[in-house]
Design a protein around this ligand. Sequence first.
Ligand code: RIB
Length: 336
Amino acid sequence: MREIARKLGISTSTVSRAFSKPEMVRPELCERILEMARELDYKPNPIARAMVLGQSDLIGLVVPDITNPFFPAIVRGVEDEARKHGLNLIVCNSDGHVAKEKQYLHSLHDLTVAGVIVASASRRDAYVAELAAGIPVVVMDRRLSGSLVSQVNADNYSGSKAVVDHLAGLGHRKLLYLSGPPRISTTEDRLRGFRDQCRLHNIDFNVVRAGFGIDDGYEAMKQVESKMDGTTGVVCANDLCAFGVLARLAEVGIPVPGRISVTGFDDIAFARIFSPSLTTVRQPTYEMGRRAVKAILDMRRGHAPRQPVVLPTELVVRDSTALRNISAEHSSATTL
Ligand code: RIB
């Protein structure tokens, strides 16, 4: 920067302003500065620029499991919208651990990012609210209590109810629910939707704590398969869990959907190419990412966090669900 200032006979602060606030520099001088920077192959240091401006052109995104295909779809929506507004993206993976999430949130704060989007590993919001006191924070996918942050979520409750309506329409009268990890709102909202709709349809059900991974579904199915008397449908809290259930049922020779119907939640890309293709609930992942960035831009313009954004979900019926097969229910060959 000093070399540019010396060659053009101007101050370094004028050179700095040409990059940070070009509207404050005469257009012809600004062009000469940028031309000289290209000649000298000069690029402003983003960290130094952030120190000067008190805010960088970076958005921090913290997700709980980068290996779950659900989250990269969100990252895509965040990235596309951020780049439209000249912002870049730092993606952090908390592995669903609160301590790791906190550490990333503090590091992002120290980097003076323009804003933080977090799919939180826990419903506890104190540390997120504390961060929000300093920079725009949007909680996405999972809800948090507290009003200091903007929220962008999907309608998990209605999505879960739609699954039960679908299975009730197929004549199912007893279901097993494999729930997600504890203390996060998507687990709680889906379980509540499942329970409420089963009670509405007078459907008998059992609930087993599983998780959001393939192994969680596989192991949970293995634990309960001998205690499934009369159960004809397994409702899973997300797609990866449902894939684990399908793998175990295939392993023990239980036909899906001939004997047991299986559903997921998310509609990740594999859901439609799996065999059988998975009946599931489509989440508006790309749109969630986009809306989260828009909420940050809103707060950067001085607007207070708006009302939570709740985007609709959509039931997608595929080959893993079918009419309840009463004859197969009690035949010894297929009794779980
Ligand atoms: O599949 C991962 C789950 O965690 C998704 O259903 C998403 O909603 C998140 O809560």
